[in-house]
Design a protein around this ligand. Sequence first.
Ligand code: ZN
Length: 49
Amino acid sequence: MKVRDPVCKMEIDAEKAAATSEYQGKKFYFCAPGCKAAFDKDPARYVGQ
Ligand SMILES: [Zn+2]
């Protein structure tokens, strides 16, 4: 499954994601732990309404 990293906008494979996070009941996938850290710090900034 292809997903988009909300932080760097890179398209990645969900199974190969380096990190995942949940926000408002939705799961997000990240290419690197650094992207997850940025997301966890301020998720609202990366998630559209
Ligand atoms: Zn990323």
